[in-house]
Write a protein that binds this ligand. Sequence first.
Ligand code: GLV
Length: 379
Amino acid sequence: MPVVTCIDDLRSMARKRVARAIFDYVDRGSYAEQTLRANRADLEALALRQRVGIDVDRRSLATTMAGHEVRMPVALAPVGLTGLNWADGEMLAARAAERFGVPFTLSTMSICSIEDVASAVQKPFWFQLYVMRDRGFAASLIERAKAAGCSALMLTLDLQIQGQRHRDLKNGLTVPPKLTLGTALDVMTKPGWALNVMRGRRKSFGNLEGRIPDAKSLTTLSQWIAGQFDPTLSWKDVEWVKGLWGRKLILKGILDAEDAKIAVQSGVDAIVVSNHGGRQLDGAVSSIRALPEIVDAVNNEVEVWFDGGIRSGQDVLRALALGARGTLIGRAFAYGLGAMGEAGVTRALEVIEKELDVTLALCGLRDVRDASRAILRAA
Ligand code: GLV
């Protein structure tokens, strides 16, 4: 077993083990991937201030996100097709998150269903909602998430229409994964994945099967999204979802200060500054560059969370320094899952926790809640 010291190790392992179409789905972004790269580059460009001569014994990473106690300000982001990286991946990731003490968010586009995940954990998890054209179906997803005891709903606003991911088209990504002449050669080099995922029970969209026509039949993901997702989704629908849900509501995909102000008006509990991990509007600003203006615009009226490019505890601290109360990791945990299943998700969380803890200390802080712009060097 290789020694895993950083998220990139998990990525390398996942790349070797997971079928290329699935690995690329997780790893890559839309169009020319400018925003995907900017998310990372702009995080790395933020210099932390090294401070010395300060007692940094007895540190604390614990805080809350939308009233939920978290061991560190990191939640697992909704990631579509998680269960194709490792069989039953959503159940495993939810369990790893629960044991670790951070929230898990189940994607609408998951392989394991809401009910599957509920059967795998004891504590409430979160559910991410895509609003489909069939509003009755969207309402039924909300009801199922309630019945499963989910404590927060994350409504994604930045994917009512899908940005093109060239790799998914070139790889012929389908759900369930299909063996073709084009994919056979690759899959032959990934026997661990093939035995585990291809022979596993759950291979299509667990939340949709039997409820939406075509959910079980072979289809490219992009065609399916174009057919089912509702492009009319608007702020009025946020009200509609809020009324049906009645519990903590988080809006994901805010990248502009004007939208953040509207989100505050809609009375939600948190917003996630996000460009969908560089998978949607290519050419959009990086999440970390958008963060400060959004934090300023909402003026503490709503919790601001951050995602987009986090690969380390240093990145988490950079986002906190710019005013995020919490962060989400998507690829970082999906690599861990693809590399080593549940143990890999735990490892990803441990890596980030350790990095966050040490980095906090080297910046001269003991409590993660004290992170502020003061720990960043002025550009
Ligand atoms: C879905 O959320 C995706 O980014 O593919």
